[in-house]
Write a protein that binds this ligand. Structure first.
Ligand code: CMP
Length: 140
């Protein structure tokens, strides 16, 4: 099915000046960027966005990293977009990410791991609506 997923290029990758290289991977894989914006998240936005992780030991570090600089936020659309984006990103921990994935090529650590991508249709709908509240999302 044609899906939409939320993608964030994190502060480490924005600082490395690789937004274009990462966008190229999305486009080469057949994913269309149908919305995008750069933002410097506030602490409360980052805490809300990652609220599913609020009991996890890494929550505080995750939030402070995500507000350490601007991020690039986009909605990707395409056939199986959620899984396709996760394949492009590679494992959460860049040390475990397969060669040729975004995290293997651009990430430094499990916190500074270059990109975020929604992990399932339900979270994709919530995450897209969080950053692009005017957008209609169809999960067919
Ligand atoms: P992300 O896909 O943005 O979702 C939550 C983030 O928490 C994750 O990427 C990592 O950058 C970060 N994180 C830090 N430690 C862990 C951990 N042990 N397990 C999962 N995510 C972690």
């Amino acid at each position: 099915a044609i899906e939409r997923t939320l993608s964030i290029i994190k502060p480490d990758a924005v600082a490395k000046n690789v937004i274009g290289k990462i966008y190229d991977r999305f486009e080469q894989a057949g994913l269309k960027i149908i919305a995008s914006k750069m933002a410097h998240l506030s602490q409360s936005e980052a805490e809300q966005f990652y609220s599913v992780h609020k009991e996890r030991p890494f929550f505080k570090d995750l939030v402070s990293f995500m507000i350490s600089g601007p991020v690039m936020i986009q909605v990707l659309q395409g056939e199986g977009a959620i899984a396709k984006n996760r394949d492009l990103m590679g494992a959460t921990d860049p040390k475990k990410a397969e060669k040729g994935t975004i995290r293997a090529d651009f990430a430094d650590s499990i916190d500074a791991n270059a990109v975020h991508g929604s992990d399932a249709p339900e979270t994709a709908a919530v995450e897209v609506a969080f950053f692009f509240p005017g957008m209609q999302v169809f999960n067919r």
